[in-house]
Design a protein around this ligand. Structure first.
Ligand SMILES: O=C(O)CCC(=O)C(=O)O
Ligand SMILES: [Fe+2]
Length: 519
């Protein structure tokens, strides 16, 4: 699977390099062949030119007579067998068949995933389709523009995925680009345009369907008479005010999580439209923290409070840039599509609400990992023997993790009885990269956005002191708009932590209950 991380895309780029070389090879071969045939043509034409002066005189020459007969008797046959034996086409197709077997190729799921990622980015960051298609983001040119075909194929894929709300703007964008660009006038292009017209028609976008018909008719008025009828029909629908078609029919069902207030707030936090109140921020401090005295040989930590209740901190410059790169390199070959635990069927599944790739390590596998664990112990005082394995994860463009709790719900079945059968009291996220745009960690209820900062650690408690879930700590990874996001997750279990974070006899969980079923 390629769309869920940047490392997957690197493989696809390598595939394309090889395919490109193969096609170049084919073009070189046919060019060489064509050049050889051209020189034969030129030579024979030169003969004819000299014959044209005096045909009789030319043919009276026995050498010329011999050469003409020889050419027609054998040379032309040679040309034919030459063309027949030209293996370049066959070689190319065979090579391509081999490449299809051996090289990385995106699947339909990748294609669907990447189309979905585009609309996710568009919606979360409220991007203008026109700007996005022109290769601009927030007024900055970031890459090549999309062609009208690119926009159409994206629209078509969204149509297939029945995301009709998002289909329309992409089809319309493709229309707009089409009328600006010069387009092919050959029949195949016009056929394609008719197909595109059909999409507009079934969406109920009659105006644009007519627009396309006019384009096609301007080029081939006689051959495409059937379009006159379609156009008259569409014009009638418009003048009757008929609003039919998929774009008028589908409204997203209101119980979809993506229409909820909570999801809306999450997206606002990702866009930095929703921020903590100045009054709560004023109480926050930055300080140097010596750690809990366990390993005083470390430099004091540069600790920044991000929220007091629930307690969320970011500790800056804990691991070096070089160390973050080492961790990425160790993880790269092991990455797998990230899974989430499904309560309903008690197994790990891949879903669209978490799109990233990840892998797990034991802390003793590498000294950097061991130090990461020690730092967390030093900063929080928690017993790291109760930590889960280190999870390194990578998010590609559009990769995200929708709002969720890291702690397990009250009715979670832990199975066998070890430290793993207690809840996740705290979470630590080491950021192993910066992210060029988007990709922050969002807490919609606080409402807080933490920007990934290479080498820093984000830490918070998921549970109240009573051990109850603190629903305010619901959080998410905003979609990566530009760049590649690397993190390392540490989940610390409640087992053995009593001496550090004594549980409260008063249940202090009421304060977060309103967020439990926030919709
Ligand atoms: O990517 C992020 O910023 C958050 C990741 C996260 O919440 C998780 O992996 O549980
Ligand atoms: Fe999480």
């Amino acid at each position: 699977e390629y769309f869920s991380s940047t490392t997957g895309l690197e493989q696809l780029l390598r595939t394309e390099v090889i395919l490109l070389a193969e096609l170049q090879n084919y073009v070189n071969e046919i060019t060489e062949h064509a050049e050889m045939l051209q020189s034969e043509i030129n030579a024979i034409q030169a003969e004819h030119l000299s014959a044209a002066d005096s045909i009789e005189g030319y043919l009276n020459n026995p050498v010329n007579a011999f050469r003409l007969i020889k050419r027609l008797h054998s040379d032309w046959e040679t040309f034919e067998s030459n063309v027949e034996q030209d293996a370049s086409r066959k070689n190319y197709l065979e090579a391509m068949a081999r490449h299809k077997e051996n090289l990385s190729h995106p699947t339909l799921e990748d294609f669907t995933g990447t189309a979905l990622a585009m609309t996710r980015l568009q919606q979360t960051y409220q991007l203008d389709v026109r700007e996005l298609a022109s290769g601009m983001l927030n007024g900055v040119k970031y890459g090549a523009a999309m062609s009208w075909q690119d926009c159409f194929v994206l629209g078509q894929q969204l149509y297939v995925m029945q995301d009709f709300n998002n289909t329309v703007p992409w089809l319309q964008q493709s229309m707009q680009l089409l009328v600006q660009q010069s387009y092919g006038k050959e029949s195949a292009s016009l056929d394609f345009m008719e197909t595109v017209m059909g999409y507009h028609e079934s969406m109920g976008d009659y105006q644009n369907a007519i627009h396309l018909i006019n384009h096609v008719l301007a080029v081939q008025p006689e051959q495409r008479l059937h379009l006159l009828e379609t156009r008259a029909h569409l014009e009638q629908l418009i003048s009757d005010g008929v609003k039919r078609g998929l774009m008028h029919e589908v409204a997203r069902s209101p119980d979809d999580y993506h229409s909820s207030n909570e999801y809306h707030m999450y997206q606002q936090v990702c866009r930095e439209e929703l921020k903590p109140e100045p009054a709560t921020q004023r109480k926050l401090r930055c300080r140097l923290h010596r750690g809990n005295g366990l390993r005083s040989s470390y430099q004091p930590y540069r600790l920044e409070e991000l929220h007091l209740d629930p307690y969320v901190i970011q500790v800056h410059d804990i691991i070096s840039a070089e160390e973050t790169i080492v961790l990425q390199q160790l993880a790269r070959p092991e990455l797998q599509r990230s899974m989430v635990y499904s309560l309903s069927n008690s197994e790990h599944i891949s879903t669209n609400f978490r799109i990233s790739q990840g892998t797990f390590f034991e802390y003793h596998e590498h000294p950097i990992m061991q130090r990461m664990s020690q730092h967390l112990e030093n900063i929080s005082g928690l017993d790291m023997r109760s930590a889960e394995q280190l999870q390194v994860a990578n998010y590609g463009i559009g990769g995200h993790y929708e709002p969720h709790m890291d702690s397990f719900s009250e009715n979670h079945n832990y199975g066998i009885n070890t430290y793993m059968s207690t809840n996740r009291v705290a979470t630590g996220i080491y950021y192993l990269s910066n992210v060029e745009a988007g990709g922050g960690t969002a807490f919609p209820f606080l409402p807080l956005l933490v920007e990934p900062e290479r080498g820093s650690l984000l830490f918070w408690y998921n549970l109240h002191r009573s051990g109850d879930l603190d629903y305010r700590t619901k959080h998410a990874g905003c979609p990566v708009l530009m760049g590649s996001k690397w993190i390392a997750n540490v989940w610390i279990r409640l087992s053995n932590q009593d001496h550090i974070r004594p549980c409260d006899l008063q249940r202090d969980h009421e304060i977060s209950l309103p967020y439990k079923d926030f919709k």
